[in-house]
Design a protein around this ligand. Sequence first.
Ligand code: PLP
Length: 402
Amino acid sequence: MKEIYLDNSATTRVCPEAVEVMSRVMLEDYGNPSSMHCKGMDAERYVKEARSLIADTLKVSDKEILFTSCGTEADNMALMGCARANRRKGRHIITTMIEHPAVLRTVEQLIREDFEVTYLNVDKNGLIDPDMLKEAIREDTILVSIMHVNNEIGAVQPIAEAGALIKSVDPEILFHVDAVQGYGKIRLNPKKMNIDLMSVSGHKIHGPKGIGFLYIRDGVKISPILYGGGQQNLLRSGTENVPGIAAIGKAASLIHEHLEEDALRLYGLKKDFIGEMRELDEIFVNGVPAATEENLPGIGDPEENIRNYGAPHIISISVPGVRSEVLLHALEEKGIFVSSGSACAARKKSVSDTLSAIGLSKERLDATIRISMSVYTVKEEMDETVKAIREIVPFLRRYRAK
Ligand code: PLP
């Protein structure tokens, strides 16, 4: 049976180029970048090269990129590091109700350390209201953390607008963006968007697991969360994961090469898929503004695509009458891999913060699956998935309680 992998927001297949450089580093150039001999210097060259490749994708300076072990560590570092370094300035933090647990659980820890947090609510499409953000800013606000693309429904927050707004109220307030789901799918420019800190993860962009990075704008002071050998300018102790770093550099650079064309193609697939779902009895598309319009708008201008369809690669649907795990496994039997809610939350069954925040009823909440594409996804795979849903859903709904 052919495999159709549509769980790319959980993780992606590593691209061959990243595997190649990773294996070269592991087998040949395996030195420790801190060693003074040439093996160390060879290893250091990979770190420098990756930093420069990544910096190019964001139009920032090499020294503004700090490698971490994953997106979660980058988020922890941004929030904890900022809060601890700025606690004398203030103790108020603003975030949203629909952040990934890597942010939500970290701010909960900060609350235990005497910080105060305001959570911004979102509308039915998962979007914050910039006016509410403005109202939430206080004299003692030190940090605002807003995710770029939501991992469950693909909502894209107005990051540039939020950044400009925050800085117009108080340029000292730091702005952190969790860009784990958006980097490499939608072009980001931290300088233009007034972003001070930004988290990215390797395994969502066809790099390996166990590597991520945090962009830290030059001049922003944060406290380390790991102490030890003082690597990466004392900010993140621990021997650098050179194979992972070399691979994320490669993957980051490749995914940006054809970003606009790839996004356009995925928007086309997303639009067609949504169109098919609308033909079916009682299947709802979540968090896509265009999904409720009489005619689905065409794909074209990048800004409009975002406004109409959210992120290019994530589709969330609710199928009332069919529990999400049941649908997930029925699709799996046909070789199609999707996820229920957010797969990164360690397979635990908990109510999704995002799906609750956009106001889904309990029945719809329990009946939601996420289909997430990548640059490797092709039209035939999406058509196969539509066909499978069309077959499976009426069958599974046979005994639905009326
Ligand atoms: N932030 C978001 C929005 C995510 O979707 C994820 C993972 O799915 C993370 C953070 C955590 O990234 P990592 O798995 O690299 O720790």
